[in-house]
Design a protein around this ligand. Structure first.
Ligand SMILES: [Zn+2]
Length: 395
């Protein structure tokens, strides 16, 4: 699914990119549900705006900086609060224009020490959203709405996450929470509650106050100890950026005030990596299937055994009717065992086997990734397989 290009740099194979594309499509759908508007900002940014916000210095050790041929200083943006303020400045004048929620899915750069594969990438994709408000209550409402939308997203994807209250240093502002996914090999240590998602990590909160097995302070459930990876982070930034960058809005009573902001990030490749890690087994990946569907690279793999005409014809019919863009049809002369192993390694939810069973009864053998087996007529297979699609209707 991935290939290393040196420390902290990763490429995705065609199969990896299929899964990533399904995830991106769902991210966009979730942002539409909360009235987010997609925008696009340049990854290269001049120094002046970062001087205004005061972050050129604070990001110094993590930011890639460069000079162009005219000697001007630029950075490869590690985050886009400054850019988003510039984008809405002048377009947002009155309290009537607010709230506004904009987001982008774009490449970010951080000169971070690589730890644990994709987690500490120097270049990665982030879905970052930013909201602008004329009042604290409006900011709070949007913050809660996006928090709930992200939790639903993680549920759709079959990812277990805890919510860790975080301090708010580099981004600045008042309130912030991290979404942290428990995994076997992570970059943080976590104690979390499966019932209410309460969590404390060694990055934020007093980890040493809790042991695995302790009672959850929120709901009385039981805390679990795990390593973990941060997959998302949301902030009530308040007026930290607008104050310094002069973004104001006119209020109903004729006065004006600094615009309140929130920012809401999700790391795309981290999300893929943690979903993969939480569900892999000794045979390989095992993409989860939820009521929403699955981001598995293919919803099914067709494995024809032998090349008699009825097998070949049925394989082609299934391929056409199960969603040809989303089904892997094995051909070529590799052995059935190799095909089974490859399908399981990629985590494809079901194998459609056309072998002896099919020759004897006309039924397709369905072998699910969890080892369960079932039989169905070729006509019934597309409907069964559709529940493994991304968003069920997607491909
Ligand atoms: Zn709890």
């Amino acid at each position: 699914m991935v290939r290393s290009f040196g420390a902290g740099l990763w490429g995705l194979t065609p199969v990896g990119q299929r899964t990533r594309r399904k995830l991106l499509r769902h991210l966009r759908a979730v942002m539409s549900e909360v009235d987010g508007q997609e925008v696009h900002l340049p990854g290269l940014q001049y120094r002046d705006r970062w001087e205004q916000s005061g972050r050129w210095e604070s990001f110094e050790n993590e930011m890639f900086t460069l000079r162009n041929r005219d000697g001007q200083e630029l950075c490869l943006a590690p985050s886009h609060e400054e850019g988003m303020v510039h984008l809405v400045d002048g377009r947002v004048r009155s309290y009537d224009d607010l709230p506004v929620l904009v987001y982008q899915i774009a490449t970010k750069f951080r000169d971070d020490r690589p730890r644990n594969g994709l987690v500490r990438s120097k270049e990665f994709t982030m879905k970052d959203a930013y909201s602008f408000h004329a009042s604290e209550s409006s900011l709070g409402a949007t913050y809660r709405r996006i928090r709930e939308a992200y939790l639903r997203l993680f549920d759709d994807l079959g990812l277990t996450v805890a919510v860790v209250e975080a301090d708010n240093s580099v981004m600045g502002g008042s309130r912030s929470e991290e979404f942290v996914a428990p995994v076997e090999n992570g970059s943080h240590r976590l104690r979390f509650c499966r019932d209410c998602r309460f969590g404390v990590s060694d990055e934020h909160g007093d980890l040493e106050r809790f042991e695995g097995g302790d009672d959850c302070p929120e709901c009385g459930g039981t805390l679990t100890a795990s390593e973990a990876i941060e997959v998302g982070h949301i902030f009530e930034l308040g007026t930290r950026y607008s104050e310094r960058m002069g973004l104001t809005v006119d209020l109903r009573d004729g006065s004006s005030r600094d615009v309140l902001m929130g920012s809401y990030g999700i790391g795309v490749e981290r999300l893929l990596q943690t979903i993969a890690q939480q569900h892999a087994d000794t045979d390989g990946l095992s993409w989860p299937v939820t009521g929403w569907g699955s981001i598995a690279p293919f919803r099914a793999a067709i494995v024809p055994i032998g090349d008699d005409e009825s097998v070949r014809e049925t394989a082609e019919t299934l391929y056409a009717r199960c969603g040809p863009d989303d089904v892997l049809l094995f051909d070529g002369d590799r052995s059935p065992g190799e095909r089974f192993a490859e399908s399981d390694l990629l985590g494809i939810p079901v194998k459609l086997i056309l072998g002896n069973q099919f020759r004897e009864t006309g039924n397709v053998e369905l072998e699910f990734r969890d080892g369960q087996t079932d039989y169905a007529t070729p006509g019934d297979v597309p409907e069964i397989v559709s529940r493994f699609a991304a968003g069920r209707s997607g491909g």
